[in-house]
Design a protein around this ligand. Structure first.
Ligand code: MG
Length: 163
């Protein structure tokens, strides 16, 4: 068996008026969106950080600085594709990814399958390798008060023997 590594990522963005809500690469109807330099997709950002962490390649801020105007408003699916390409070039392929999104509202369960599909397509994986879960915090903490959304991700990456 080839080398395997695990990685972990975590991200939070706060809600803001007048923004579209993107999570897991899917646009979700809601009264507010998340504030950020990119589309502020906390789920994809946590996944990017987990992938970069597994390969010890730094973090999303190092790869895509929020001071760089070229990333302003960018779809995080594009950032995820770049991260997946970086890992592939370094000889890694995804084993599996497991993402948990923490939000009091909106209800995300109706969208998790679309998120799995969007993520699998972006990282050239099978949907069976991608898990997306959503939970509330029973109204506790910043997510529970509806101030923002948090997400965490763990991934396993494997040495790609085909390279
Ligand atoms: Mg972020």
């Amino acid at each position: 068996m080839g080398k395997m590594r695990i990685g972990y990522g975590y991200d939070v963005h706060k809600f803001a008026e007048g923004r579209d809500l993107y999570l897991g690469g899917v646009k979700i109807p809601h009264t507010m969106g998340l504030l950020g330099h990119s589309d502020a997709d906390a789920a994809l950002h946590s996944l990017c950080d987990a992938l970069l962490g597994a390969a010890a390649m730094g973090d999303i801020g190092k790869s895509f600085p929020d001071t760089d105007p070229k990333y302003k408003g960018i779809s995080s699916i594009i950032l995820l594709k770049c991260v997946a390409d970086k890992l592939k070039a370094a000889g890694w392929r995804l084993g599996n990814a497991d993402i948990t999104i923490v939000a009091q509202s909106p209800k995300l369960a109706p969208y998790t399958e679309d998120m799995r599909k969007a993520i699998a397509e972006a990282v050239c994986a099978d949907i069976s390798q991608i898990s997306v879960k959503a939970t509330t915090t029973e109204h506790l903490g910043f997510e529970g008060r509806g101030e923002g959304i948090g997400a965490s991700a763990v991934v396993l990456i494997e040495e790609d023997n085909k390279i």
